[in-house]
Design a protein around this ligand. Structure first.
Ligand SMILES: [Fe+2]
Length: 244
């Protein structure tokens, strides 16, 4: 059976990226030589323009965030970029839903820059949108993620009724929903730092891990999805796919 290889990374968060995790997905991609690369959202953090940003956050520059997010986009060069909820803050402000005129102008410039880069390198971009933010590869959907908590993957699979790869919750999960055609789902770990001042008292963030997804997409729509993650301080991956 013919297949194409894929690699999918999620949750870089611009200037909050984790150098080791980023280096691992880039070096793995170089060696694995995927036919399709997907970046699944939160390329940038954009904490300064979130709706409830405090004065200190609002005062932060977006320059490093934008520069580091774009640098990853250039190096990874995905064919697909699904905007995440963090990315969407820029588009929301550029479209005038929130913020003042000066900020809106700056955000419109930022949007133009990112859209130009995507166009130049052949990256198809999807908005953060539960209906329109879906990339399909055969029987497998790729989304950023639209709910959180420990049942996020189960809820997502139940809502969409199909098999899914997603990010958003920064931890590695895999589950199957029972049925005559079982739906399978994977959540990828993140490519950003895990511990911050703001989540120091949040027990749920103890589940956060680094990781990315890779595997095979068969011509009949079937798929194999593997999770690359750190185990005992090292990243171990298995790429020797063969019939047994
Ligand atoms: Fe994220």
């Amino acid at each position: 059976m013919n297949y194409r290889k894929f690699v999918a990374g999620f949750d870089l968060h611009g200037d909050m990226q984790d150098t080791d995790a980023v280096n691992k997905i880039l070096s793995f991609t170089k060696e694995f030589k995927p036919d399709i690369k997907i970046f699944g959202g939160d390329l940038f953090d954009f904490r300064a323009i979130r709706r409830k940003a405090d004065k200190a956050e609002q005062a932060e520059s977006l320059a490093d965030d934008v520069m580091m997010g774009q640098e990853f986009l250039r190096k990874f060069k995905p064919q697909i970029y699904l905007r995440g909820n963090h990315c969407e803050r820029l588009w929301d402000m550029a479209e005038g839903e929130i913020g003042d005129g000066l900020k809106r102008d700056a955000c419109q410039k930022g949007v133009q820059e990112i859209e130009d880069l995507c166009k130049k390198q052949g990256t198809k971009m999807y908005p953060y949108d539960k209906r329109r933010g879906i990339h399909r590869e055969g029987k497998l959907l790729f989304i950023h993620g639209y709910c959180s908590g420990i049942y996020a993957l189960r809820k997502t699979l139940t809502s969409y009724g199909e098999s899914i790869c997603m990010g958003h919750i920064h931890s590695n999960h895999q589950t199957t929903i029972e049925g005559l055609s079982p739906r399978k789902g994977w959540v990828s770990g993140c490519l950003c730092k895990i511990d911050y001042q703001y989540n120091r008292g949040n027990l749920a963030s103890l589940a956060h891990e680094h990781g990315f997804l890779y595997g095979l997409l068969f011509d009949n729509g079937d798929f194999i999805v593997n999770q690359a993650r750190k185990t005992s301080g090292d990243w171990m991956v298995s790429t020797n796919f063969k019939k047994i």
